[in-house]
Design a protein. Structure first.
Length: 199
């Protein structure tokens, strides 16, 4: 996770992230967070008014790191085409090492259904973070249209469709414990970007 100015606050956020990404938001109680982080209850409430606000802080911190990694990945325009950058991004979803949206740790996949009706502020934090990811994908698609590695298409619509497709594939892959679903999605993504046809 990214480094906060206050190390105690960041430590609590990092601990909460590890627990919640593994177990879910409602399954993790405040007592478990405090015990794992080895901080007193007063320290928690010094930084967070409620567990809900704590969850929102975890989501915002997660997206801050995720988007920084995505910006770095998409900043290789001198050595890769935009299509190659996007395919590298999707490939990371398949990789066990440093994947940006690990099936066990991606908070979008893990928490969206769980907190959408539970917490409006957490839902909005997840939505805003996801929209920023989609925006970056759309920008990369536009760059690919310019460098001619990606065929002409509506960048925003394609970005929305592709990101939604990958989130859905991640959930199905998790349900079936079958990575072939993600591999199929990778091939489909390339076809969409290079032919503008959904096959």
């Amino acid at each position: 996770m990214k480094i906060e100015q206050n190390p105690t606050k960041q430590h609590i956020i990092d601990t909460g992230y590890q627990l919640i990404s593994a177990k879910g938001f409602t399954s993790v109680g405040l007592a478990e967070i405090l015990k794992t982080a080895a901080v007193p209850k007063g320290s928690f409430y010094h930084y967070f008014k409620s567990k809900e606000q704590f969850g929102e802080a975890i989501i915002e911190d997660y997206f801050s790191q995720y988007l920084a990694q995505l910006d770095q990945l998409f900043a290789t325009s001198l050595t890769q085409t935009a299509l190659e950058q996007l395919m590298s991004y999707w490939q990371l979803w398949l990789s066990c090492k440093d994947r940006p949206c690990d099936q066990n740790k991606c908070l979008v996949v893990k928490l969206s259904a769980e907190v959408a009706d539970l917490s409006e502020t957490m839902r909005i934090a997840l939505r805003n973070g996801s929209e920023q990811i989609i925006q970056r994908i759309a920008q990369c698609i536009s760059a690919g249209i310019t460098d001619k590695s990606i065929c002409q298409q509506d960048s925003e619509k394609s970005a929305n469709m592709l990101y939604s497709m990958w989130l859905g594939a991640s959930l199905l892959s998790k349900l079936h414990r079958d990575e072939a679903i993600l591999e199929q999605t990778l091939r489909q993504s390339e076809r969409i970007l290079t032919s503008a046809k959904i096959i």
